[in-house]
Design a protein around this ligand. Structure first.
Ligand SMILES: C[S@@+](CC[C@H](N)C(=O)[O-])C[C@H]1O[C@@H](n2cnc3c(N)ncnc32)[C@H](O)[C@@H]1O
Length: 202
């Protein structure tokens, strides 16, 4: 691993998971780093849908994709991730992300949640407990067998603890026959370090 930031830790697993032709979702585009990685991995035959509530984040992500020649692989929506299914349904090429297999699995290979606020942006526009949990619920219904949801959870300072606690409580109670939840920690770091995690659809 090149460095030990939480996003790098998650990228390690995302790189393992995502292949050419996959459908993926960046549920919190922000500056577009995760969206770009997903677009690189899915290739020309795959598709990435991205969500953010801030126009600034959507523009930054679209610019990042355009500058790297990846814009054909991404559809970026200025919309809350809690409405991702409703939004995907409205777009012909994204609709297939909602299709289910006969045994009830979805088609999406990887969904990335990097919670919190846009670096350099307004802290009050950070993700919120209530909508984050709804978005996770929606995400689980469209994940393929063996698909993953990658999580970066922040707390303390401006982030507080409400979202972290709600997410951890939700994850703890997920049906263990359907999902494997692996939470990690920066165990010897003080002051509420970020929490990386993975949900795997089994
Ligand atoms: C930590 S940043 C994401 C960083 C990003 N993944 C990157 O690579 O730069 C969190 C983002 O979540 C966005 N956000 C807040 N509430 C949201 C919601 N309900 N739906 C989607 N995005 C939301 C914020 O606007 C912010 O840009």
């Amino acid at each position: 691993m090149e460095n030990y930031q939480i996003t790098q830790w998650c990228h390690y697993f995302i790189r393992e998971q995502v292949h050419e032709g996959d459908f993926c979702i960046d549920a919190t585009c922000g500056n577009g780093h995760d969206t770009l990685l997903l677009c690189e991995l899915v290739g020309d035959s795959g598709l990435v849908a991205g969500f953010d509530i801030q126009k600034e984040a959507v523009e930054k992500t679209e610019t990042r994709l355009a500058e790297t020649g990846m814009n054909g692989r991404g559809r970026i929506f200025c919309c809350g991730h809690e409405k991702m299914k409703e939004q995907l349904l409205q777009h012909e090429d994204c609709r297939k992300m909602l299709e289910q297999t006969a045994d009830g699995y979805g088609k999406v290979s990887c969904i990335v949640f990097n919670f919190g606020y846009l670096p350099g942006g307004l802290h009050e526009l950070a993700t919120k407990a209530e909508t984050s949990v709804v978005a996770l619920e929606e995400s689980l219904t469209i994940l393929k067998r063996g698909g993953i949801i990658s999580l970066c959870i922040y707390s303390g300072k401006d982030s507080g603890f409400e979202e972290r606690d709600a997410l951890l409580e939700y994850l703890k109670n997920l049906d263990r026959k359907k999902y494997l939840v692996i939470m990690s920690s920066y165990y010897n770091r003080p002051n509420h370090p970020p929490i990386p995690g993975l949900i795997i659809r089994i």
